[in-house]
Design a protein around this ligand. Structure first.
Ligand code: DGL
Length: 268
């Protein structure tokens, strides 16, 4: 284990701005932690890239985070989790917390016995998801729905426009026809579309994601490793992107709900 201590920041990354939905939950639960967020928007979406490409990006970003002395890494991306988590855990010694679509709580909540999972096609095809399916598929019917195009809408800050609505109707309505009463958001970009999804799904359908559970798991890991920052100073945030700064800055500020000073992730 490299020499890590409680004062170091926590590194969080995603293919783009989606991981900010997880970062909100982390900030809520851990107000004193310094957070270093990397959006790989220059390479988003990951959902239609090869497993090797996503793995290579996840390694490069994790190497960058470790070079910036993080005490833990949160893979705030379901697609990167599915494509790279085993490799990341074998390569890096810092604690790594990753995503898992909220199929377990959904299975416990469902009355119809049918749950819909919105995710990228790569997440739905990943070994992690196939295992989740096997674990809970006996109790409930799990309907996976790939959502091409949605990540691009969130990356562009279109959270309520007609194109997002059109895509979501295409993805959500078939799940309702198949009797789903819980919709699991299996991509960290989608919580930013939750209002629209709830509007389309109606009041009898619950929409859930795993951001808060990931923040709790991070808290637990830091507590076990005695790496919690303590409660003396307010935590800071640092944001980096591999995409265009001019394009990304207003969208970061929109999604983070305050003005974000964004820096470029270079040479990665
Ligand atoms: N936020 C990523 C996820 O959770 C989006 C994947 C993508 O870039 O396609 O899966």
């Amino acid at each position: 284990m490299q020499n890590i201590n409680a004062k170091m920041p926590i590194g969080v990354f995603d293919s783009g701005v989606g991981g900010l939905s997880v970062l909100h939950e982390i900030r809520r639960l851990l107000p004193n932690e310094d957070l270093l967020y990397v959006a790989d928007s220059g390479h988003a979406p990951y959902g239609d890239k090869s497993q090797q490409f996503i793995e290579q990006r996840s390694i490069a970003i994790s190497e960058f985070l470790v070079s910036r002395n993080v005490k833990a890494i949160v893979v705030a991306c379901n697609t990167a989790t599915g494509a790279a988590i085993a490799t990341l855990r074998s390569k890096f010694s810092v604690p790594i917390v990753a995503m898992e679509p909220a199929v377990k709580p959904a299975a416990a909540l469902s009355k119809t016995g049918v749950i819909g999972v919105l995710a990228t096609s790569r997440t739905l095809a990943s070994a992690n998801f196939v295992q989740l399916f096997a674990r809970y598929g006996g109790d409930v019917r799990i309907e996976g729905q790939a959502c091409p195009g949605l990540v691009e809408e969130v990356e562009a800050g279109n959270l309520s426009g007609s194109q997002s609505r059109l895509l979501l109707e295409r993805y959500v309505l078939p799940l309702l026809e198949r009797d789903a009463d819980i919709i699991v958001l299996g991509c960290t970009h989608y919580p930013f579309l939750a209002s629209l999804i709830k509007e389309i799904a109606g009041p009898t359908v619950a929409v859930i994601d795993s951001g808060a559970a990931v923040a709790r798991e991070l808290y637990r890991r830091l507590e076990v490793e005695q790496l919690l920052a303590g409660d003396k100073e307010e935590g800071t945030e640092l944001f980096l992107t591999s995409g265009s700064l001019a394009q990304a800055e207003p969208i970061f500020s929109q999604l983070w709900k305050e003005n974000v000073d964004l820096s470029a992730l270079r040479d990665r």
